[in-house]
Design a protein around this ligand. Structure first.
Ligand code: SAM
Length: 327
């Protein structure tokens, strides 16, 4: 029986990561980044491994030729092994963006970004799953930049990008510190939600809390707007209660001044552990000369993303909104 490509790659990543985990006495996810690098470079990069292990790994790597796999097959297999590793221990704020949400964001980015070439930033790139989902769906020339504070996640993103042959420029830093990047045309981000511990850094933001800690997700949006060109679009995965928090009035004022709300799509509650953890996709456009608000913002409650019929209806609704508001 022929083994499915994703399963074949999953097995390779998983088995070689387990070997390296044991040999290097590290976590599964660290070992996964190492095996991914080996596979990409076509050699064993870890000096600590024994000769026997080296032979065993080389044999396994040689059985696979990455050129025979599509980018999506590589992304999916890598996503599955990361999910396995994340089961061990991961904070909710570090979780990968699920495929269904990534696909929807890809669809939206494609619709809103009319140009055939543009610059894209993900200031919370994590494992790179969201960005590469988008890159794999778009038939456009996209120069991408990713930032993350977590050195393991960004290493996974770097390996992910290499294996899928996406030249993403990566920065391992706090995205709320100054960023040395040229302005971008679009931002996508599955925002880390919660308090930002660095009150001194927060002083640099209009959205700093009037007292106490500021919300990281608010500051992330301000930082993203700052680095977006006028007329550029921003696609954020936000908590549903964004406009109901104690600091929401500041956010509303900031939005009024700097952006146009193009749409809010509420993700199905069934995707989340409970109602309080549920999220939406917020679509913003940075204000500028000649940039007009839509007659009406795109508002929708998304049905179960696994129901093809219901999804089709929603996509038709979005298409209709584009015809009425964007042509
Ligand atoms: N889209 C990502 C993916 O597909 O893997 C997942 C993003 S995850 C929900 C949020 C990310 O924000 C985490 O990777 C976390 O490390 C990062 N993060 C949190 N605070 C940050 C900060 N101050 N600067 C940069 N990244 C930060």
């Amino acid at each position: 029986m022929k083994i499915a490509p994703v399963e074949q790659l999953f097995t390779l990543f998983n088995e070689t990561a387990l070997v390296l985990q044991e040999e290097l006495s590290c976590t599964y996810l660290e070992a996964l980044a190492e095996t991914g690098e080996n596979l990409f470079h076509g050699s064993i990069l870890q000096e600590e491994v024994s000769e026997i292990t080296e032979k065993r790994l080389n044999k396994q790597y040689k059985e696979i030729n990455l050129d025979n796999f599509t980018k999506e097959e590589i992304r999916k297999a890598y996503q599955l092994v990361i999910l396995k590793g994340m089961k061990e221990n991961v904070q909710p704020n570090h979780q990968m963006t699920p495929d269904s949400v990534g696909m929807l964001i890809s669809y939206l980015v494609d619709k809103f970004m009319a140009q055939s070439s543009f610059r894209l930033l993900d200031p919370a790139i994590g494992t790179g799953n969201l960005v590469t989902t988008v890159l794999n769906q778009l038939q456009k020339n996209v120069q991408s930049i990713g930032i993350d504070i977590d050195d393991l996640l960004i290493k996974l993103a770097y390996v992910n990008a290499n294996l899928q042959e996406h030249p993403i420029e990566l920065f391992n830093q706090d995205s709320l510190e100054p960023l040395f990047i040229d302005p971008v045309d679009a931002v996508i981000a599955d925002l880390p939600v919660g308090y930002y511990p660095n009150d001194v850094r927060a002083l640099d933001y209009k959205l700093k809390a009037e007292k106490g800690h500021s919300y990281a997700h608010h500051l992330f949006m301000e930082q993203s707007v700052r680095h977006t060109k006028s007329g550029g679009y921003l696609f954020f995965i936000i908590p549903n209660g964004l406009f109901e928090s104690d600091q929401a009035h500041q956010l509303r004022d900031f939005f009024k001044e700097e952006v146009i709300i193009q749409g809010v799509l509420q993700l199905p509650i069934s995707m989340f552990k409970n109602k309080n953890a549920a999220k939406s996709i917020l679509i913003l456009q940075k204000k500028g000369e000649g940039i007009a608000a839509p007659k009406q913002a795109l508002l929708a409650n998304l049905p179960s993303l696994s129901s093809a019929v219901e999804m089709d209806n929603i996509l038709k609704k979005i298409d209709k909104w584009f015809q009425d508001n964007k042509r």
